[in-house]
Design a binder for this molecule. Structure first.
Ligand code: IVH
Length: 668
């Protein structure tokens, strides 16, 4: 057999084994045998580059680097779904649909909590995979999607010549936990939840890293409608036949339902059973099955009328409150954290939950050793949402908020109108000192290799450093005396400190830890003022004049440079030789998709408070505005947004984003 034929044969075999393993979950050869076949293929392909094909099974391991993802216009807009937490509203929707089209049947499916993707196939070959983006255009992440083993690179049996299939890329719990464990060991920040993790992974430049992370995909929407079959359920079956991983009836991931009762049964079943799934779902999607009825029902501006989603309330479990600890952040803010009897919740074991502040403790009416209900929002740390008073011990004591800093015993302060208590001892409280330095050395800031949080805390404790500038005076002799420090690790730390002198100005500015100056704002300021000296001299008016900088940020920046202790640290950093001006080539474009946008936030949201959203907007260099005009770029519409506002936005052609779409747009 010639090389070309052997390559083709190997590709065919590997393709089939891959399908059996990742889609059908029934492999017929061992991993070792599979690896041997793959190795043979890789060797042949490297000897015969003329036969290289991006859809070869060898592409599954990745290797391509995408510096900038190209923006691609969707052939069909990528709409979202109307959704509700109320079963009554689902019932009303069903009745409405049944009224408008005769003899309609429905399909119920899982609402996968992942990242939406549209994948195009031509002549049975995958040619492109695009994210939702803003619904009109998204990012071309084809190379990264090629590494997801359950996505076929070429199709089996018969297939339409040119079509698109859409679905959701999910990060299974197991893969998520393993990745976070690895990241923790490497001192990298953990992902808050599998969805964020999937979204972050798909935006990685190096596809071989994507290949390692164990993403999976479920596909649920074939376009153009009717290209395969006259109904949605038949299209899904036909897609399975082409090799796609689709929701299966036997797994109960999908069901044809003839009316209200069957739909409610499906919802009830998964409300209870979702805890046993290997990936997250956040609700149930109900669709009208036949395309003819779908067409009759049509679309609103944002979503189809032929489908809707019932969203589950966040999962909530009871457990015992063992104790409360109080954490001191780098700004001195005190955060009470509940230490809990470990409990399994949404795919992970939960041991701690945030209590936010003293108001929250009062609101919960928390007593020691209470049985509390814990819920997972979008953050890493879950929340305590309520107390089971019926189980409270009669002799239990009410929880009282601490009066003194747990670290330095200073009397805590609380500013008028603020929820948070603060330790005022900014200059001497150890976690505040180390917190500021930890921020300074962090990856997005100075990226000081060789040093982690524990080292910083130790150096602060030993009195060797009190602020970022002190790092530049550390000596080999001082470090080598510390317990557990060897010559190489000391040298690594000192090398890292030296190298940080080349870090561009915008990151130095971010590293200073000025309140509200995240990395995007730092970029905007650096680009505009070009040097620390000019920025330090700027008036509040001059700072506000910068596109995308609001008055809150401006006054923080202005105030920072007026404090003497900051001036002293800055002088020392200048003396150490840090980059205090933009270099000719270091003016990088701000890459946030909302930079300079004018955005209105309205309504109530699920993952963020309104203020948090506004904060995110400012941090991405966009502007919060309050009244709609033709200059408004986006409206982020939460629950309860007024219909008049929506109508006005629609008539002005302003893009309306749901919270979820906003999260996806920014890859949060
Ligand atoms: S169908 C025209 N089916 O949820 C809209 N979407 O919140 C077609 N999603 O945009 C979408 N599971 O990204 C559909 N079984 C499912 C889904 C699903 C998750 C996502 C999808 C959608 C979003 C709306």
């Amino acid at each position: 057999m010639g090389s070309k034929e052997r390559i083709e044969k190997l590709r065919g075999e590997l393709h089939a084994h891959n399908h059996r393993y990742y889609v059908q979950d029934s492999p017929v050869i061992s991993d070792y045998e599979f690896d041997m076949l793959l190795k043979e293929l890789e060797e042949l392909e490297s000897k015969h580059p003329e036969y290289i094909n991006p859809n070869s099974p060898s592409s599954r391991v990745g290797g391509s680097i995408t510096k900038n993802f190209t923006s691609i216009k969707h052939t069909y807009p990528m709409l979202s779904l109307s959704n509700t937490y109320s079963l009554e509203e689902i019932q009303e929707w069903i009745l409405r649909v049944e009224k408008s089209t005769a003899k309609v049947s429905f399909v119920c499916e899982l609402k996968y909590d992942g990242v939406a993707i549209g994948i195009r196939y031509q002549n049975g070959e995958m040619i492109q995979a695009v994210t939702r983006g803003d619904g009109t255009q998204g990012d071309d992440i084809t190379n990264n999607v090629r590494t997801i083993k359950s996505v076929p690179l070429r199709l089996d049996n018969s297939f339409p010549k040119d079509f698109e299939i859409r679905g959701e890329i999910v990060m299974p719990h197991k893969a998520f936990e393993a990745l976070n464990k690895r990241r923790e060991a490497e001192g990298l920040p953990k992902f808050a939840n599998p969805r964020n993790c999937a979204s972050g992974t798909l935006k990685l430049q190096d596809s071989s890293e994507v290949a390692k992370r164990g993403l999976d995909a479920y596909l649920y929407y074939v376009l153009p409608e009717g290209v395969l079959s006259p109904s949605h359920s038949e299209s899904i079956l036909a897609s399975a036949n082409m090799g796609f991983k689709v929701p299966l009836v036997k797994d109960k991931f999908i069901a044809k339902c003839s009316g209200l009762d069957q739909i409610m049964d499906f919802i009830d079943y998964w409300e209870d059973q979702r805890k046993n799934l290997r990936f997250d779902i956040d609700g149930i999607v109900i669709k009208v099955d036949d395309y003819e009825s779908q067409q009759k029902l049509g679309f609103t501006a944002k979503s189809p009328r032929w489908a809707t989603a019932y969203k589950f309330k966040a999962e909530r479990v009871p457990t015992q409150l063992n104790s409360i600890t109080y954490q001191v952040g780098r700004t001195g803010a005190i955060t009470p954290v509940a230490n809990l009897e470990p409990i399994w919740l949404g795919g992970t074991t939960v041991k701690r939950a945030s209590l936010h502040n003293s108001d929250q403790i009062e609101l919960l009416d928390l007593y020691e050793k209470d049985i509390v209900f814990v819920e997972k929002g979008g953050e890493i740390i879950p929340k305590v949402v309520s107390v089971d008073i019926s189980q409270r011990n009669a002799s239990a004591q009410q929880v009282t908020f601490i009066e003194k800093c747990p670290e330095c015993s200073s009397l805590l302060e609380r500013k008028e109108g603020e929820a948070q208590h603060y330790c005022p001892n900014a200059d001497n409280c150890p976690p505040q000192l180390s917190g500021r330095i930890e921020h300074y050395i962090s990856r997005k800031a100075m990226d000081l290799a060789g040093m982690g949080g524990e080292t910083v805390q130790l150096l602060v404790k030993k009195g060797l450093i009190r602020n970022p500038a002190d790092l530049y005076f550390l000596t080999f002799d001082q470090l080598i005396e510390l317990e557990g420090f060897k010559e190489t690790s000391v040298q690594n730390i000192l090398d890292g400190i030296q190298q940080s002198k080349n870090v561009p100005f915008e990151r130095v500015l971010f590293a200073l830890g000025i309140r509200h100056v995240g990395s995007t704002v730092a970029k905007v300021l650096a680009k505009y003022f070009k040097s620390m000296y000019v920025l330090a001299q700027a008036s509040i008016e001059e700072i506000v004049a910068v596109e995308g900088i609001g008055s809150v940020i401006a006054s923080e920046v202005y105030g920072f440079f007026r404090e003497e202790k900051n001036a002293i640290i800055l002088d020392a950093l200048v003396g150490a030789g840090l980059q205090m001006e933009v270099g000719p080539e270091s003016i990088t474009a701000v890459s946030s998709p909302i930079t300079n946008a004018k955005i209105i936030v309205s309504g109530v949201f699920e993952y963020f408070t309104r203020n948090e959203l506004k904060d995110v907007i400012e941090k991405h260099g966009a502007q919060n505005v309050s009244s709609i005009s033709s200059k408004t770029t986006y409206i982020i519409a939460g629950d309860g947004i007024g219909p008049a506002k929506l109508q006005k936005a629609q008539s002005l052609g302003i893009r309306i984003l749901s919270e979820q779409e906003f999260i996806e747009l920014l890859g949060l």
